[in-house]
Ligand binder design. Sequence first.
Ligand code: ATP
Ligand code: MG
Length: 599
Amino acid sequence: MVLRLSTLFLRTLREDPADADVASHRLLVRAGYIRRAAPGIYSWLPLGLRVLGKVETIIREEMAAIGAQEVHFPALLPREPYEATNRWTEYGDNLFRLQDRKGADYLLAPTHEEMFTLLVKDLYSSYKDLPVSLFQIQNKYRDEARPRAGLLRGREFIMKDSYSFDIDDEGLEASYQAHRGAYLRIFERLGLDIVVVSAVSGAMGGSKSEEFLHPTPVGEDTYVRSAGGYAANVEAVTTVAPESVDYADAPAAEVVDTPDTPTIETLVADVNARFPRAEGEWTAADTLKNVVLAVTLPTGERQVVVVGVPGDRTVDLKRIEANIGAHLEMGGEVEVDAAGDEDLAKHPGLVKGYIGPGLSLSEAVLGTESATGLLYLVDPRVVEGTRWITGANVTGKHVIGLVAGRDFTWDGVIESVEVREGDPAPDGSGPLEAARGIEMGHIFQLGRKYAEALGLKVLDRNGKLATVTMGSYGVGVTRAVAALAESNHDDKGIVWPRSVAPADVHVVATGKGADVFEAAERLSADLEAAGLEVIYDDRPKVSPGVKFGDAELIGVPTILVVGRGLADGVVEVKDRATGAAENVPVDEAVDYVLRAARQ
Ligand code: ATP
Ligand code: MG
């Protein structure tokens, strides 16, 4: 059916919505695709649903092509399965929790690993049933701390999530690669540039994980790449650690008085003035900065942790957040902040400005054992035998020549400082440069974590019960609509790629004459009969300026104007993307538009 603007449920807006700070948000609202219902929650209008439907169709086709089968789960789910995997707690404040009239706990699902696992457990019992991949396209709910940029980060959003079930690791690898391929084809068909980066899996647990980032300055993810082809989320970049150093001949560490040197700069200046060394000036890189952090666990408890990093580097809380899970007793999403005075007050062993590598500055160094009893982690650059100037855990005192592994130890190594442009890529493919992107998709090898927690076992070839291994794979469907609008717009409006445009052609009738409207009407019908999707601006009393403005705002790839030229037997066909316009004889117009649409 031709979509007539005289009756289409649409009001375009001249003004930008006040809360919109990125172009896709502004334009999707102004062009009548979506309306805000609540912060981070949107209603879809007819045009928006058409675009959304096209994105979903591409995703469905590519999922079907790898043999994944579509199912559909409720969004409203009982607590128990999420309790079994501990995600009821681990999801923290991001989870929408609610109760039914009997007081039973429910949640609005942020993702569905548990339910898929239980469904397969319900129905399958043998390795012969595997592999299987299931998916759905469904609403997800996350009470994001900062819903932003319209559909880019919503609190209700649509995700395509799939899950693979295999009997062994090779099977999982094959399912993972199949999804990886499908994702590349999905984004290719959508016309979204993608960089695949290796990622840390965060709350999901599991091992291998990659993200599909769309490079854009409005993205919230920083990633790095090298000329040699390495790409990774900064949270996943691993540091090229130096070799450990022989310290057999290292002199004993020396505790020195360094009054009024609470910062790295004051300290470096002071030791250069008073304790110069033969090998050249001391620099910030010779100091070990011990940073006190407060980790907020999913339960809400705060745990104080100390991280030792070279003094010339800046601590990166996000990298620590992503990697600290391995060092904590509890899994799940944690928040890491700089510790406040009240955290410090609880640990008198921490002397502000002079904090040492707290765990075990040996007695030999200080004359007294100084242990704070806190978890102490170090940056990978702190390897055995490296020598440091650092705090002595005593006001006004530092230690010079403190040898890692001899004079102090640590509980673990953690990626904890900012990745800098120019740092080497871990695979030796050259220096790193930074870029911004938005996460469009994410694939994980979950392994057996969920199957174990929920008891998904099948009989293997030998008739023994074996735990199934799983993968989980997500695409942000509503986010894809926003990303497409974001990367395809100009100052007049959206410029949809053909693959997802709400129509192929937007026919505009301008002028007052009945002949213009009759011709436009006929052309619209013919275009539709030729298999094209048509929007027809048949509004009788709207000025040409307003009609052109709306056509450009809405962003259909081809605009066909029936107006003054009709007297000479021509209509104007405009390419929305390039702005190129051509006069085409009326009876050739359908073929002309068909050719443009099939390019
Ligand atoms: P992000 O890091 O952006 O918060 P995530 O890593 O939490 O995303 P996943 O759990 O991996 O997201 O979800 C799979 C996909 O769902 C993401 O790759 C993204 O495209 C989409 N998605 C996640 N959160 C949102 C959201 N709040 N709004 C819209 N889409 C989202
Ligand atoms: Mg993700």
